[in-house]
Design a protein around this ligand. Structure first.
Ligand SMILES: NC(=O)c1ccc[n+]([C@@H]2O[C@H](COP(=O)([O-])OP(=O)(O)OC[C@H]3O[C@@H](n4cnc5c(N)ncnc54)[C@H](O)[C@@H]3O)[C@@H](O)[C@H]2O)c1
Length: 385
């Protein structure tokens, strides 16, 4: 097992009606800014429930944080935080609102040009305004991690930063608050969570017995939930399991002490930045192609996954690896997600552009062995063509 430090201070309040406990989480004198995205937070009743839970306390609101949150919009929230003397941020939404709120949290206290926070991958973070979340979309794990992905419209960049100071102080997860999600977003969450676990599992054996079996439990659950969730839109237990699995898929625990390969996310971010494809859908295109190109270096874990999760026992090793890749593609396709770039009309010109963006962002040594060069990234994209 590899050495690791594990730190996760986020308090989780999970279940039906838990938004009512919001007030208890905040100090009586806190000056709160509630941040949210579009009209769905209002229409679904989540925002009204949050307002009610905040009662008579002093709070302001900032709406309009878009999917794939932008620096340009978030800097307007930073102005509100500074001018109103806000000292607590409450994100009500999915990954985009939670990530955006983390950026506002760090940018509002940053003495300099806040885009530095992204270009330094979070090292530049100084002080922060503390934050909490009310989750409406289970997918990213942002509610229990210290990561944030921000886009900049003016340059077409989409960059990630991480810093322990932006862990939410608390996150409220009420599965009934996900019932209003369009099915497209529900399945996006299934795919995103699946790939998050895979990126901390599908590498090479590192004798992380607990981590491997934990990851395999999460993967089995996601495959099972993926097969049920479309036909059971208001099944509390399916939604509750989806919500908790998504949180655990990226709260740091499954990846502690084992190698990780975030190539799929890094290439996926470039596809979203250039083509505005939903985040999870980019992963459904890149991940199967990554498995095809890296089948030799991931061989042992592919076989372990074949036997422990998919229970594949027939055929040669290579035939079982073929079956793993075919079943992974079939899983995404069963969620209605294309697994080829051609599904988004992206051809050779697009591949060259994406490789150029990877180069520009320094993504030249990806993967668990840091040996996925730009040439191999191109091969992955060509395999996904
Ligand atoms: N922080 C992390 O660790 C991490 C990990 C993976 C991805 N991300 C980032 O998170 C973002 C994606 O987040 P996401 O997948 O949660 O989607 P999202 O937050 O972008 O939301 C997608 C859409 O669903 C709507 N929505 C949200 N909750 C709803 C509800 N209950 N009912 C109806 N509509 C609702 C939103 O308004 C939005 O239009 C991307 O920018 C991605 O890069 C972050």
């Amino acid at each position: 097992m590899l050495n690791f430090e594990f730190y996760n201070p986020t308090k989780i309040l999970f279940g039906r009606g838990m938004i009512a406990k919001l007030d208890e989480q905040l100090s009586p004198s806190a000056k709160v800014l509630v941040l949210y995205g579009g009209a769905s937070a209002e229409k679904s009743g989540t925002l009204p429930e949050v307002r009610q839970a905040l009662g008579q306390r002093n709070f302001k609101e900032f709406g309009g944080i878009e999917a794939n949150p932008t620096y340009e919009t978030l800097m307007k929230a930073v102005e509100v935080v500074r001018s109103e003397g806000i000292d607590f941020l409450l994100a009500v939404g999915g990954g985009s609102v939670m990530d955006g709120t983390k950026f506002v949290s760090a940018a509002a206290k940053y003495d300099g040009e806040p885009w530095d926070i992204l270009t330094s991958q979070g090292e530049a973070v100084q002080e922060v305004v503390p934050l909490g979340t009310v989750v409406t979309l289970p997918a990213t794990g942002s509610e229990m991690n210290s990561l944030s992905v921000i886009s900049r419209q003016s340059t077409g960049d989409k960059l990630l930063f991480g810093n322990p100071k932006v862990f939410p102080r608390f996150s409220i997860l009420d599965p009934t608050r996900t019932y209003s999600l369009p099915m497209r977003q529900v399945v996006n969450g299934v795919a995103d969570s699946f790939v998050h676990v895979m990126e901390q599992y599908m590498t090479y054996p590192a004798q992380g017995m607990v981590q491997d079996r934990y990851a395999e439990g999460l993967l089995s659950s996601i495959l099972e939930i993926g097969g049920k969730i479309v036909d059971a839109p208001e099944d509390y237990d399916v939604r509750a399991n989806m919500m908790w699995v998504a949180t655990q898929a990226l709260n740091g625990l499954v990846g502690a002490g084992v190698p990780e390969d975030w190539t799929t996310h890094m290439i996926g971010h470039e596809l979203t930045a250039k083509y505005h494809i939903d985040h999870a859908r980019t992963l459904a295109v890149v991940f199967p192609a990554l498995l095809k190109v890296r089948r030799d270096s991931k061989r042992e874990k592919l076989l372990q996954y074949a036997s422990r999760v998919l229970h594949l026992t027939e055929g040669t090793d290579d035939e079982r690896i073929d079956a793993v890749i075919a079943q992974t593609e079939a899983f995404f396709e069963s969620l209605g997600m294309p697994t080829r770039l051609s599904g988004y009309d992206i051809g050779q010109e697009g591949i060259t552009a994406i490789v150029g963006q990877l180069e520009q962002h320094g993504m030249t040594a990806l993967g668990e062995h840091k040996d996925i060069t730009l040439e191999i990234s191109r091969q992955i994209l060509e395999t996904a063509a």
